[in-house]
Write a protein that binds this ligand. Structure first.
Ligand code: G6P
Length: 622
């Protein structure tokens, strides 16, 4: 949700910042801007629209500057127009700021600043930050009578004074026209990474904008700031206490975030699922002892065995993975489990008893509601685990212990490989906890073997991509779809509907199949596409009953069935098959055709698959 990137070094800042913005564009893409700094002052260029629109209003004439800050926006305060685009200048036009996050007390601060004579041009909360820093800076200017030796500290101090007034979240990059060799970054609740290259620094919302230049980075903590100048960098708290940070290695490669010949990141991420899921399991499946090992939860291994209740909490696609996790943990580990939207959990006065373990599931590790749910659970004394993809992200750091997904960066806004990895990790966790209680060694061995074969089975399903495209093509003009499944496949139906909605803008509803007759059946008419997940399992006959109810009312059935099911053909207008696996492993397979269906429908409708309208990959606002 908004991407910020800043550069200070010896090279031209403009092309580096533009490339950084392209890498961060998945975080928001309704407007963009850049501020470049030289001895002549600050030059700000910004526009509504994508990074390509910004690129057009910048040119090589802008390449003498080696310090700059840039932003790609997902609007929260004020519509996505040029005035509201970042960077924002303060009323003295000396300070420029780019911001990711939300300032909750901006309205009070704005009124106060206006009474002090500060003028505002935009509707954003960010302009308050610029004006607040500008206000303290101007005050120090008048008061101190310009003691040159202390002047850099004056900029730093003004930033600190301003940040102490803010309530809310921020990842910030700030420059001041009086110091064309100084860049300040600060963070609270929003992500920020400082990449440290040879004589150059890149400050960004995430490491995707940095990895091309250096793999060495530091991750400032909340309420910390980094001060970068020609003499190097240092880290302090906003209360001016020096802190030392360890250098960390960025763990992914440039190749992992590039399209590598694919038309879209989403398709690349769908296709790479067999490979990345094998990596996610790699080293964790201990076939000798029929166990599953997770390094990240060693510290609370005993406590986990004693878990009396799990609460899984997440948002969006991760929430659907959590719902599958509820089935898995109850079925395999026999531990009572509830799944909660993080946004609801945090405001619900939840009951946390002794033995309750809260598991926060998040691809980005930055989703504001999930992070807030983690804090809420900790306050109430729960042990909190994180299932997160992005290493070092806020949720990874806020939780007591965790399991990384290890599927590499996910760039497509519609989550795919993170979903299957979340389910893979939950399956491993459920098998391992079940093994510690009641699952026999032989059963555990069988489950581990079956799980390890999933990547190959996904590869087989991916071969049906053209067939699925033809089904999408035959139905893409229909504006309402239903997705129905039962048991383990009910959350997959929800996920199939979400995928279609997100990227093709077709209205779709996911439901437990039996619920259809309690309302949604009224919608069925006129060849409405109904996707059924009717794979083998205890509920097979029941779902066939639901299929016939739909066909009797004129619905068109797209059925996902188990390979070799000859009976099903008579019920299917369109048939997609998946290999036979036990019911608890089916979500890992049945979701694949639904990802492809949504992908092809969106492409056929001519949409920007990787950047669907109004969405952002990482929702860092509540
Ligand atoms: C956004 C994305 C979804 C994602 C959800 C949760 O809404 O568009 O694709 O599932 O956030 O994100 P997380 O990073 O916490 O998994």
């Amino acid at each position: 949700m908004c991407g910020i990137v800043a550069y200070f070094g010896k090279k031209a800042a403009r092309p580096i910042l533009l490339e950084g913005l392209r890498r961060l564009e998945y975080r928001g893409y309704d407007s963009a801007g850049m501020a470049l700094l030289s001895r002549k002052g600050i030059k700000v260029k910004k526009t509504s629209g994508r990074i390509t629109a910004l690129e057009k209003i910048l040119d090589e004439k802008d390449d003498s500057e080696t310090l700059g800050i840039a932003h790609t926006r997902w609007a929260t305060h004020g519509e996505p127009n040029t005035i509201n685009a970042h960077p924002h200048l303060d009323y003295t036009r000396k300070i420029a700021v780019v911001h990711n996050g939300i300032i909750e007390n901006y309205s009070t601060l704005k009124t106060w600043l206006q009474n002090e004579g500060a003028e505002f041009a935009s509707q954003t909360d960010t302009e308050v930050i610029a004006n607040l820093i500008g206000y303290f800076y101007a005050k120090a200017d008048n008061y101190e009578n310009r003691k040159q030796s202390d002047s850099k500290n004056k900029f730093e101090r003004a930033v600190q004074q301003a940040l102490r007034e803010l309530t809310g979240t921020y990842g910030l990059a700030i420059v001041c026209s009086d110091f064309p060799d100084m860049l300040i970054g600060a963070k609270k609740g929003s992500p920020l990474v400082l990449g440290i290259g040879e004589n150059e620094y890149i400050l960004a919302s995430d490491a995707t904008a940095i990895v091309e230049h250096t793999k060495q980075a530091i991750y400032p903590a909340d309420n910390e700031m980094v001060i970068i100048s020609s003499k190097g960098f240092n880290t302090k708290t906003i209360d001016n206490v020096m802190v030392s940070k360890n250098l960390k290695q960025i763990e992914f490669s440039l190749e992992q975030i590039e399209l590598s010949g694919f038309p879209h990141h989403m398709l690349k991420e769908i296709i790479e699922q067999p490979k990345v899921l094998a990596t996610c399991m790699g080293g964790r499946l201990d076939r000798t002892n029929n166990r599953i090992k997770f390094g990240g939860i060693d510290s609370c291994s005993r406590e986990l065995t004693r878990t009396r209740r799990f609460i899984l909490t997440a948002c969006g696609t991760a929430f659907h993975a959590a719902l599958v996790g509820e089935f898995l943990l109850e079925h395999l580990a026999r531990i009572p489990t509830e799944t909660e939207y993080a946004s609801e959990f945090r405001y619900r006065n939840p009951i946390i008893e002794d033995g309750t373990v809260v598991v926060a599931i998040s691809q980005s590790g930055e989703t504001a509601d999930t992070l807030a749910a983690v804090e809420q659970a900790k306050e109430r004394g729960a042990s909190v685990l994180g299932l997160v993809n992005v290493v070092g992200s806020s949720i990874a750091r806020a939780t007591d212990a965790g399991i990384y997904l290890h599927v590499g960066p996910e760039i497509g806004v519609a989550s795919t490989k993170a979903f299957t990895a979340q389910i893979t990790v939950l399956t491993m966790l459920a098998i391992e906890l079940g093994r510690r209680k009641h699952i026999s060694g032989n059963e555990a061995k069988k489950y581990i073997e079956q799980l390890s074969q999933i990547p190959d089975k996904i590869s087989q399903i991916l071969k049906q991509s053209d067939h699925i495209k033809a089904i999408a093509s035959a139905n893409v003009d229909k504006d309402n779809w239903l997705f129905l499944g039962r048991g383990f496949n009910y959350p997959v139906a929800l996920e199939g509907a979400l995928k279609l909605k997100e990227i093709s803008y077709i209205h779709a509803e996911g439901l437990p199949a039996a619920e259809m007759k309690h309302g949604p059946i009224a919608l069925i008419a006129d060849s409405m596409p109904i996707v059924f997940i009717a794979t083998s399992g205890p509920q097979y006959d029941k779902i066939i009953g639901n299929v016939t109810e739909v066909r009797a009312r004129g619905g068109k059935t797209i059925i996902l069935a188990t390979e070799g099911d000859k009976n099903i053909k008579q019920y299917a207008d369109y048939l997609i098959t998946v290999p036979d696996v036990p019911e608890f492993l089916q979500p890992l397979l049945t979701v694949i055709p639904l990802q492809l269906l949504a992908y092809h429908a969106a492409v056929l409708r001519g949409h920007d698959v990787d950047k669907p309208r109004n969405l952002a990959k990482s929702v860092t606002v509540e």
